[in-house]
Write a protein that binds this ligand. Structure first.
Ligand code: NAD
Length: 370
């Protein structure tokens, strides 16, 4: 069987390698049962790479990431590297990959799995069946705009400033990602900015509307101010299908939306680059959570966010919808059977380790594939 799907696995630090081990089992299962073979490379990033090589990610690792079809990232960081300062810290691994691979579109699904409905702070009737996707522009806007800095004024006090900048090109390419995704979902996009108080917001709104009229009239488009969107996400989140927003507002709204679903240990994400002429694009998939140093090494981390990130990888990098849905279905069934890691533990359920959870997912995959 030819190994044609090239993957780079970067487990990182803390619980990263622990949860990645459980994804490896799913990959082995796919090889065995679905006859899908991956050409897998693995490398060090974050604190592990700092300890071994003196930097969070080496140029050679970046080149390996550039050469594969998709990168599956774990998590980086930990207290032992906190004193290294801004220029050497483990998190530079992810920032470097985003920059070098041009990963501009961050996709964060907020899906409520029915067995975990009690884990949300919102009422079940508000979030039952929730399935929304936040598309955040992640390489532009105020986090990168110039000028930026802190100046000292003549009276000795200071003035800090950042600049929100967006070009037509940047807005169009992120809006295209949102519209294309919506076509595979419920065909609804809500574009979010602050056109009432920001010039970039006005440009954003106009550009998205123009693109919609030109190329995506089959998708329903609405516009919303970011502050209202934050309220609506808590009041009635099911009104949304795909939300597209700027780096800053998308950052806040995606964190808000992810917490609608309850637990950090359950949440995957994808970051996509620009497609080339053959349609191939760089892509990186990672759980939302960090390296969780407080529980690292104890074998109790929830592996599902990492497994669901792998499901996203299958869906968005390889168009393997059926396999992606199978992994998601297996995770739901394991939770419905009452097995839980500590972070999603509920009365009447059985608390199990990372490893047992991984085994249970593979068992459910076996049943689903039977
Ligand atoms: P964190 O996400 O690592 O942990 C927050 C809390 O959630 C902790 O109590 C942790 O035990 C729990 N948690 C997280 N993932 C879990 C899982 N899969 N199963 C069970 N419980 C889980 O965030 P933090 O504590 O703020 O950061 C820890 C380190 O991770 C820091 O060094 C930070 O810089 C880094 N970090 C890295 C990334 C990344 O690699 N993309 C993202 C966020 C934070």
């Amino acid at each position: 069987m030819p190994a044609n799907k090239k993957l780079l696995i970067l487990p990182g630090d803390g619980i990263g390698p622990e949860v990645m081990n459980e994804v490896r089992r799913v990959i082995e299962w796919m090889d065995r049962r679905r006859h899908v073979s991956f050409d897998i490379q693995e490398d060090l990033v974050g604190g592990a790479a700092i300890d071994a090589r003196g930097m969070a990610i080496t140029p050679a690792t970046v080149e390996r990431a550039r050469a594969v079809d998709a990168v599956l990232f774990g998590a980086v960081g930990g207290p032992q590297w906190d004193s290294l300062g801004f220029a050497k810290r483990p998190e530079l691994a992810i920032l470097t990959l985003r920059k070098e691979l041009g990963l501009f579109a961050n996709l964060r699904p907020a899906t409520v799995l029915e067995p975990l409905i009690g884990a949300s702070t919102l009422k079940p009737e508000v979030i039952s069946g929730l399935d929304l996707m936040i598309v955040r522009e992640s390489t532009g806007g105020i986090y990168f705009g110039e000028p930026r800095g802190v100046d000292t004024l003549p009276d000795g006090s200071k003035r800090g400033y950042n600049t929100e900048v967006y070009t037509t090109h940047e807005i169009e390419r992120i809006a295209r990602v949102a519209f294309d995704l919506a076509r595979k979902r419920q065909r609804r996009v809500c574009s979010v900015e602050k056109a009432n108080v920001m010039e970039t917001g006005l440009l954003w709104r106009q550009t998205v509307a123009d693109l919609h009229a030109r190329d995506y009239a089959d998708v329903e488009l609405s516009h919303m101010y970011a502050d209202n969107c934050a309220m609506q996400l808590v009041r009635n989140p099911r009104q949304f299908d795909v939300i597209v927003s700027t780096n800053l507002f998308g950052d806040l709204l995606s964190d808000l939306a992810s917490m609608l679903t309850g637990s950090l240990g359950m949440l995957p994400s994808a970051t996509l680059g620009v497609p080339d002429s053959s349609g191939r694009r760089h892509a990186l998939y990672e759980p939302i959570h960090g390296s969780a140093p407080d529980i690292a090494g104890k074998g109790i981390a929830n592996p599902m966010a990492q497994m669901l990130s792998f499901a996203m990888l299958l869906r968005y990098s390889f168009d393997m919808e059926e396999d992606a849905a199978m992994i998601e279905g297996a995770c739901t069934r394991v939770l419905a059977s009452g097995l839980r890691t500590a972070d999603v533990m509920a009365p009447g359920c059985a608390k199990v380790s990372t490893h047992v959870m991984g085994e249970a997912v593979v068992r459910e995959l076996d049943k689903l594939a039977a």
